[in-house]
Ligand binder design. Structure first.
Ligand code: GLC
Length: 877
């Protein structure tokens, strides 16, 4: 509430503003603007010129849209040869984006040139200021202006369209593997911009080329601009007192004309500075946003007044809104190309940055870094390539899905255009990253191990895990369970996922020594050196022991604050059937591990635990046509036909099959119930029916309307689990139908307007059939859907899976597939596997030959490294 004094002051202020505003002042201002801008520009500003421009823009606009319509109502198309998605219409329904670099240095570039950049931690070391909720026409963190000077006019454009919002004759944005490339043609120019982070560097490159495609000489100025954030990303948004007082931009002008803009927050100047420089000397620069935009920013990013003057203002900034802008001048004869590459980096000091600065000022090194990036991806993707009769499947499995897995491995659920990476809401999620690692294990097992070690180091001595941690400090917290006093402070599933992850690493690499590595347990109260340590094996044993000792009245593991479904938060004492299944699956993996290290005693112990859990689930949780999903604190079932809402839950059915605890009859009946009650043409709903109003007993799930997110929405992450379960019971046609339903690449032809999200990556959720906007997708990129759909497709549908003994081949495919082939790197050998299906079956391997020799069974042994081995598999009854 405003105090009386405050409201009086406010009134006074309003009056003063009103007084100042009147015509005279406005006129004065306009005159001043006109005076400052060169005549030509001033003319442009006149009413008729503005009208003309607006008309021209309107005229141009439909052209772009019309062009995109000629490709079938799509916004773009897949260019598989170049491993790119080519966007041709900048007006996507919602922001579409791409990732560049890694968490070590990198972030997001959206398709209209906005950049979110950080080093090591988006919350605690943010570099650019990107406010994702603003309309798509707004400047967000970065842009590049192109100024065309003609005899009596000035045109200001951007190859990204935003923020000048000028349309080009032809425009495309190529979303590539860790780079985005724009090509804009019009106004006598062809402008090409490529943005990427060279591997292992701490610099974002923007490589800009301009070709004069007109018949006359042209004068072009190129002005790239970045706006900085305070390194504490949340403070930038919540504190407009302290933040601006600490922000600084200095300029270093070198003898040869190059300019380095150095930006830092005052208390960091000794150990982290951001810098912006380029391959060319700068004509002029700006470090202060107000100076750059001019006229106290009233003309905004769409038409920065300074650009109508000859030069930028050469401003530095002692406080305030920090930017880095430089102007590069080109005089281009017809057909000539001008090129400049900028660098936005972070190092300890400018002196430390000099080697990189010098390196990337040489365009040959920029080209090499770009070629190296392509090599990285080529190498990464060759871990597994497929050829099947389905082209959308091939496109996803060969390029976009493993690429998304690489993205989720890097960013967990920390930084996206949905999970914004501010404050302590998120970090690296324990359960999320454990699952993400399963999606990259065949491509980068050693990098996966490093992250797995971090996860193990935030497991508590008691065996359960912290819910998330911050990568730059390794501090961990309890996630949302911190919010509710009367609910448990741990999640019942987190610690179990890591057993699957470690098992997957061991099977992929055979490196059993890893089990002996000592890793500390987490203890907030102790310094790192003083914390208790245990071998990796000990960590896994404690995970399992935690769940075994934490069972409730039905003999089922407790829910904790939540299980995989974050939004069902039942009072203390509730049990989770999902946790029971995950526990059982973790036990199976642990049994495999203990057999590999020949520890018979442990094998026996875990087999007993497994049998006990299996018996308890089947004794207590079968509801008649499906399994229930939870028992609440009073022992009442949830996810049962007895409930009014949430009668059936998809995880409740898929996981007892995945963990092998469902007997064949139950497995089939449960999965048929999923098909009957949860499946839709857009994917499988998580549950049905959705709650229709807040119910404090269940918590978060009932805050959503029916059909949204976990409340009966199509929560995609859970779909591949049903696919996997269907392959386990041999139902290849249904598994593939479920795969296709959610394949975003398949949406590109037709359903994209309803789907709205990027067609080149999985979103987290699609609104379900209880919602009026059924089919609408949100929360692209950072979802466990990526890892699990990749596993479902490669390990269960195509059926190629690493085991301790070798590579198991056990496909479960649509009956109509006559053949498919897979090239898979495994333990440094390449297995070229062709699978024939002459009798049109879904499952069953009749014969296997390796390099022409028949083998027993369907596990390809570990073969000599560095060689290609030809494997022929014939399916049949
Ligand atoms: C989000 C969370 C994930 C959780 C899922 C279901 O994707 O990141 O941890 O399992 O929602 O609630």
């Amino acid at each position: 509430m405003a105090t009386k004094k405050q409201s009086k002051a406010a009134k006074k202020q309003t009056k003063a503003v009103a007084k100042k505003k009147p015509k005279a002042a406005a006129k004065k201002q306009t005159k001043a603007v006109a005076k400052k801008q060169p005549k030509a520009a001033a003319k442009k500003q006149t009413k008729t010129a503005v009208k003309k421009q607006a008309k021209a823009a309107v005229k141009k606009q439909p052209k772009v849209a019309a062009k995109s319509e000629t490709v079938g109502g799509q916004y773009g198309y897949f260019d598989d040869a170049n491993k790119e998605y080519v966007l041709r219409n900048p007006a996507t329904p919602i922001k579409w984006c791409n990732y560049v670099g890694t968490l070590a240095y990198g972030g997001i570039v959206d398709t209209t040139g906005g950049t979110v950049l950080c080093k090591g931690d988006p919350a605690l070391n943010r570099i650019t200021k990107y406010i994702s909720q603003m309309p798509c026409s707004d400047f967000k963190g970065s842009t590049t202006y192109i100024r065309i000077k003609e005899k009596d006019s000035i045109k200001i454009l951007s190859p990204f369209v935003v923020p000048t919002c000028t349309m080009w004759d032809k425009w495309e944005c190529r979303i590539g593997l860790s780079y985005t490339k724009w090509v804009a043609e019009g106004f006598g120019l062809k402008v090409t911009v490529v943005v990427f982070v060279p591997s292992k560097s701490s610099t974002l490159i923007q490589d800009i080329s301009i070709e004069n495609v007109s018949r006359k000489n042209m004068e072009i100025d190129v002005v790239p601009v970045y706006e900085f954030s305070h390194f504490d990303a949340l403070k930038q948004l919540t504190n407009a007192d302290w933040v601006p007082q600490t922000m600084t931009v200095e300029a270093h002008k070198e003898k040869d004309g190059h300019v380095i803009l150095e930006q830092y927050a005052f208390m960091k100047k000794q150990y982290a500075v951001n810098y912006f420089t380029a391959s060319l000397p700068a004509d002029s620069f700006d470090g202060d946003r107000r100076e750059f935009l001019g006229f106290n920013e009233i003309t905004g990013w769409a038409a920065p007044a300074t650009l109508y003057k000859g030069k930028l203002s050469n401003s530095t900034a002692l406080r305030g809104d920090n930017i880095a802008a430089q102007m590069f001048k080109f005089k281009l004869a017809p057909k000539k190309v001008g090129r400049v590459a900028t660098q936005l980096g972070q190092e300890k000091s400018i002196a430390d940055a000099m080697p990189a600065i010098k390196k990337y000022r040489d365009l040959k090194n920029v080209d090499k870094a770009f070629a190296d990036l392509a090599d990285f991806w080529k190498n990464y993707l060759t871990a597994l390539q497929v050829r099947t009769p389905d082209s959308s499947f091939n496109s996803m499995i060969n390029v976009h899905n493993p690429r998304q897995c690489h993205t989720t491995k890097n960013w967990s659920r920390y930084l996206s255009l949905y999970q914004l990476g501010f404050g302590s809401d998120r970090g690296i999620g324990y359960r999320d990253s454990s699952q993400d690692l399963l999606g990259v294990m065949s491509h980068m097992p050693e990098e996966a191990r490093v992250l797995a070690e971090n996860l193990l180091s935030v497991q508590l001595e008691g065996g359960n895990a912290m819910h998330q941690y911050f990568p730059s400090t390794m501090e961990a917290n309890e996630g949302d369970s911190r919010e509710k006093e009367d609910r448990p402070k741990y999640y019942g599933d987190d610690h179990l996922w890591i057993v699957l992850t470690v098992a997957s690493y061991l099977k992929e690499t055979g490196n059993l020594e890893f089990l002996k590595k000592e890793i500390p347990f987490y203890n907030k109260k102790k310094e790192l050196e003083a914390r208790e340590k245990g071998t990796v094996l000990e960590h896994l044993k404690r995970s399992l022991a935690f769940s075994w000792n934490d069972r409730g009245t039905h003999g089922i593991p407790h829910l904790g604050f939540a299980d995989w479904n974050d939004t069902v938060n039942l009072p203390t004492g509730a049990e989770s059937l999902f946790n029971a299944s995950l526990f059982a699956k973790a036990l199976l993996e642990m049994i495999d591990i203990c057999e590999a290290i020949e520890d018979r005693e442990l094998v026996e112990k875990y087999k007993n635990w497994y049998e006990e859990i299996k018996a308890q689930v089947n004794k207590t949780a079968w509801d008649g046509e499906w399994y229930v999903r939870w028992f609440d604190e009073k022992g009442e079932p949830l996810g049962s036909s007895k409930n009014k809402y949430n009668k059936i839950d998809s995880l409740g059915q898929s996981w007892p099959v995945i963990s092998g605890i469902a007997p064949a009859e139950y497995a089939k009946t449960a999965l048929d119930s999923v098909n009957k009650l949860l499946n839709t043409e857009n994917g499988i709903k998580l549950s049905w029916p959705g709650y229709n109003g807040f119910d404090p007993h269940v918590g978060g799930v009932s805050t959503y309307p029916p059909g949204a997110k976990e409340n009966g929405g199509i929560f995609l992450h859970a779909n591949p689990w049903v696919m996997i379960a269907e392959t386990i019971i041999g139902n290849g046609d249904r598994a593939f139908q479920y795969y296709n339903q959610i394949n975003p690449a398949a949406k590109n032809n037709g359903k994209i307007s309803e789907f709205e999200s990027e067609p080149y990556c999985y979103p987290q959720n699609i609104l379900g059939s209880e919602h009026k906007q059924f089919g609408l997708a949100r929360n692209a990129w950072l979802s466990g859907t990526s890892s699990w759909t990749y596993q479902a497709a490669t390990q269960y549908i195509l059926g190629i899976k690493a085991t301790f003994k070798g590579l198991s081949v056990n496909p479960c495919i649509p009956k109509v597939w006559k053949e498919f082939s897979v090239s898979r790197k495994f333990r440094d050998a390449v297995y070229e596997i062709s699978v024939k299906n002459p009798n049109g079956v879904s499952k069953g391997v009749k014969s296997v030959t390796i390099n022409g020799n028949a083998i027993e069974g369907n596990v390809l042994p570990i073969l000599p490294a560095g060689k290609k081995h030809i494997v022929v598999v014939v399916m049949g009854e």
